[in-house]
Design a protein around this ligand. Structure first.
Ligand SMILES: O=P(O)(O)O[C@H]1O[C@H](CO)[C@@H](O)[C@H]1O
Ligand SMILES: O=c1cc[nH]c(=O)[nH]1
Length: 290
């Protein structure tokens, strides 16, 4: 069957060769990419580079590509939320797996290595503040995966159904695994867990400021519900979206988080920037010397 030509309205290119939101060409991205939420974190990582080859930005999507210890690396910020993750992952994949001239998918697909460096709130009292955590899997409490055709293994479906029932959610949450290979690279240096990806920072993570969250016992229910991938450990806003998109597109993806809040102990880090810097240095060392 002839490969489909993707129309101009779906694969949108700026100046003929730059993908729409990221505003990058294929030459501007390395095969190993660090993704962060905060656009200001991009330069906090690239300042460790030996050389920066490209810098580009559009909205909250900031990219620096360069090298460290001879290893080519890109850093890209997503901004907050899985809606941004969806377009970032789709466009990154398009850069390496679609021929922009013919607008057709390449016969040989490239696999990227993608590593998230993020911040999170921990829901387990026994994990100390400012600890680092690698996520074996992510639970998405949003509807992103309702729009993609995704065949699910039994062990992932069990978690989705159980959480939907326990939290009485009117929609199906989604559960996705990180890369085993990248998990192994970081597993000896940090705590392990399962991340809950929320579509907001306050009620969707069980916080109450002036508005009352609808779901009672939200944090306790999650913290005390085991999965076959381990216990739920932390809240943030991107990981499950990354894991599900990486699985669908065929890339290796792992999410690492600095635990800057502890929701069980009601504490917040007094120096979260230092903790994030520790995570950055660890990741750069691992990627350069492994
Ligand atoms: O520090 P980043 O990577 O932005 O991650 C976390 O911080 C933001 C909320 O403050 C959300 O994006 C959440 O996922
Ligand atoms: O509690 C937290 C801390 C950082 N980021 C989140 O999304 N939640």
């Amino acid at each position: 069957m002839a490969a489909r030509r993707i129309p101009e309205s779906e694969l949108i290119l700026n100046d003929g060769d730059r993908i729409y939101h990221l505003n990058l060409t294929a030459e501007m991205v390395a095969d190993t990419i660090i993704v962060v939420g905060d656009p200001d974190r991009v330069s906090k990582i690239s300042r460790h580079f030996d050389k920066i080859h490209f810098q580009e930005s559009n909205r909250e999507l900031v990219t620096h590509t360069g090298e460290i210890g001879g290893k080519p690396l890109s850093i890209i910020s997503s901004g907050m939320g899985t809606d941004n993750v969806e377009l970032l992952m789709t466009e990154l994949d398009a850069l390496v797996n679609i021929d922009f001239k013919s607008r057709k998918v390449n016969r040989r697909l490239k696999k990227l290595n993608i590593i998230r460096i993020g911040t999170s709130g921990c829901m387990q009292a026994d994990i100390p503040l400012d600890a680092l955590l690698v996520s074996r899997a992510g639970l998405g409490l949003d509807t992103l995966m309702s729009f993609y055709d995704r065949s699910l293994s039994e062990d992932l479906a069990v978690v989705e159904n159980k959480i939907q029932r326990l939290l009485e959610l009117p929609f199906k949450p989604y559960f996705a695994k990180g890369s085993d290979q990248l998990f192994d690279l970081f597993k000896d240096d940090m705590h392990h867990g399962v991340t809950v990806t929320a579509p907001g920072f306050y009620a969707p993570q069980g916080r109450e400021i002036r508005l009352k969250p609808k779901i009672t016992g939200f944090i306790d229910t999650l913290a005390n519900t085991p999965t076959s991938f381990g216990r739920f450990t932390n809240f943030e806003m991107e990981t499950a979206g990354y894991y599900a998109m990486a699985e669908l597109l065929g890339h290796e993806m792992i999410s690492l988080n600095a635990l800057i809040a502890n929701r069980a102990n009601q504490t917040f880090s007094s120096n979260h920037e230092k903790t994030v810097e520790r995570l950055i240095q660890l990741v750069l060392e691992k990627l350069t010397y492994s």
